[in-house]
Design a protein around this ligand. Structure first.
Ligand SMILES: C[S@@+](CC[C@H](N)C(=O)[O-])C[C@H]1O[C@@H](n2cnc3c(N)ncnc32)[C@H](O)[C@@H]1O
Length: 277
């Protein structure tokens, strides 16, 4: 009978591994495990996802470019930018003349993003940093987006609050919330549509609008309330906030960004600003 227990044990272990790594993608094991998994899949990520450029343009690039149309050179933040999907969708829109900052925790996803956005290299910057603490001051960006990332963070509500903090009043928030069968296997990381909207309503947001996205997601659009201030493109070092002391505005010297207040140094490695210790 021992073999029965061995088989049962292996089945349970296999199920647990599939749940933790296959479905939840490491989210219950911490951000470092999530980033490590994305480092592994980065070279084949776009192929696995099978992005359809036409759909990306129609549902993402065009509506976001239209929403930002009144701003001559908008500044957009993409949180959990992965291989640069949002940047590509926006840069292909002729009416979009803005700049994009991408933040992600996976070095290899960022390396792919850098490669994929080469034609627009002067309008895009990538930073390796955990989304839970964004290295920017309040009211900085004209739009903040985060696609298919929230469920992989330990505290999705805190990450949304952080995104709203760096979004300027009048700016646009675009964020996905995972729904469907697999979402139920990720308790504490996902919300029902009603729960997510109710949570967003507690934040300084208005015009909250939900639309379907990629079968397993809601795509939620909202606008930050308040009199418009902030936003617009500025040199990256001017909008960086030192994660150690909170000083706004770092000094760029060749391949280093240094905090003039506490002296902390953040390296630019292979074109990516490393702000994670
Ligand atoms: C499913 S991918 C989505 C990538 C991209 N937004 C897209 O739609 O193709 C999730 C991304 O979130 C990133 N990520 C996960 N947890 C993160 C965290 N705590 N901070 C920053 N990025 C994170 C992963 O490294 C990965 O690139």
């Amino acid at each position: 009978m021992t073999w029965v227990w061995v088989v049962l044990g292996l089945l349970v272990l296999g199920g647990l591994l599939y749940w933790q790594l296959g479905i939840a993608e490491g989210t219950y094991l911490g951000p470092r495990v999530v980033a490590w998994l994305y480092d592994l899949v980065a070279p084949v990520y776009d192929r696995i996802k099978g992005f359809d450029q036409e759909m990306e343009q129609w549902y993402l690039g065009l509506p976001l470019a239209l929403a930002l149309d009144s701003i001559p050179i908008p500044l957009v933040l993409d949180v959990g930018c992965g291989t640069g999907r949002l940047a590509r969708a926006l840069f292909f829109q002729p009416r979009f003349r803005g700049h994009i900052v991408g933040v992600d925790l996976s070095r290899r996803m960022l390396a792919c993003a850098l490669q994929e956005t080469r034609p627009w290299a002067d309008r895009v910057a990538f930073i390796r940093r955990d989304a839970r603490s964004l290295p920017f001051p309040d009211n900085t960006f004209d739009a903040v987006a985060s696609l298919e990332m929230l469920e992989f963070t330990p505290d999705p509500r805190a990450v949304v609050r952080e995104m709203v903090r760096v979004l300027r009043p009048g700016g646009i928030l675009v964020v996905t919330n995972r729904i469907g069968t697999e979402a139920r296997l990720m308790p504490g990381r996902t919300f029902s549509t009603a729960q997510f909207v109710a949570f967003l309503e507690t934040l300084p947001l208005e015009r909250i609008h939900v639309q379907p996205w990629q079968v397993y997601y809601d795509l939620v659009w909202a606008r930050k309330t308040g009199h418009p201030i902030g936003g617009g493109v500025r040199p990256l070092e001017e909008i960086l906030r030192c994660p150690e002391c909170g000083q706004v505005g770092l000094v760029r010297m060749d391949q280093v960004c240094q905090c003039p207040s506490c002296g902390c140094r953040w390296l630019v490695q292979h074109g990516i600003l490393e702000m994670e210790k």
